[in-house]
Write a protein that binds this ligand. Structure first.
Ligand code: KIV
Length: 258
């Protein structure tokens, strides 16, 4: 799989990636032609109602990965290793294997040099892996919130070193989250594999978004860089409101529909 991603970068093909957590969304993304369907641990926030991604469990990731795999025929299914599931190489390999058995084509973990032994162990088992550098949501608590990375010289250098280590270890591609756009461009120029940006400017090799930020289905929290192309929450509120009025006033759930 890595070779196909390296070739796509070499010929300048941009990658479109969105998250999916369930069968119908996965099926829509696949039919629309998405390159990568990411079963992200963002499901903790936008599906399960947790405050952040840090309490998502392997059991939850497996459940949603199975649902997504039933809806995808063509796209690459990428599944996140959740927080605490890759603290050492043996645990990382065991949990990566479970995600693959649940239907993922590749797994993703957060960090570079700090988790490079885990990365090597997973790749050593022949499991395809995507990296994730820059803002790391699984570290949001120790970081004191969601903020752009790469603004200081030390952060800038660390992001480049992490991305280079992941690329050299054999990752298929690297998610670059919430870094200054100049840093997104530099990482993209530095590494052999595609970079997939989120909130990191337009110079990465591809882009990823949380599907709810694109569809406007989770209006209670949306990162500043995400522009919705639909208002599903608004449309759902309208339909539910009409149903309530129809039932209470007429007893007919279909009242008012032609
Ligand atoms: O979990 C997720 O949705 C992600 C994206 C933000 C890249 O990792």
């Amino acid at each position: 799989m890595r070779q196909s991603f390296v070739s796509r970068k070499a010929c300048g093909e941009r990658l479109a990636c969105l998250t999916a957590y369930d069968y119908p969304t996965a099926r829509i993304l696949d039919e629309a032609g998405i390159d990568v369907a990411l079963v992200g641990d963002s499901l903790g926030m936008v599906v399960l109602g947790y405050e952040d991604t840090t309490s998502v469990t392997m059991a939850e990731m497996l459940h949603h990965t199975r649902a997504v795999s039933r809806g995808v025929q063509r796209a690459v299914i990428l599944a996140d290793l959740p927080c605490g599931s890759y603290d050492n190489p043996a645990e990382a390999v065991g949990n990566a294997r479970l995600l693959i058995d649940a239907g993922a084509d590749a797994v993703k973990l957060e960090g570079g040099l700090a988790v490079i032994e885990q990365v090597r162990a997973i790749l050593g088992e022949g499991i395809a892996l995507f990296g994730h550098v820059g803002m790391l949501p699984q570290h949001v608590r120790e970081d004191g919130g969601y903020r752009k990375k790469g603004k200081t010289d030390a952060e800038h250098a660390a992001i480049l070193a992490d991305a280079e280590a992941l690329s050299e270890a054999g990752a298929c591609a690297i998610i670059v989250e919430s870094v200054k756009s100049s840093v997104g461009r530099e990482v993209t120029e530095l590494v052999a594999v595609p970079t997939i940006g989120i909130g990191s400017g337009g110079r990465c090799d591809g882009q990823v978004l949380v599907i709810d930020d694109l569809l406007g289905s989770f209006p209670w929290f949306r990162p500043g860089f995400a522009r919705p192309r639909a208002d599903l929450a608004g449309e759902a509120l309208r339909a539910v409101g009409e149903f309530i009025v129809a039932v209470k006033q007429t007893g007919d759930p279909n009242h008012g529909i032609d």
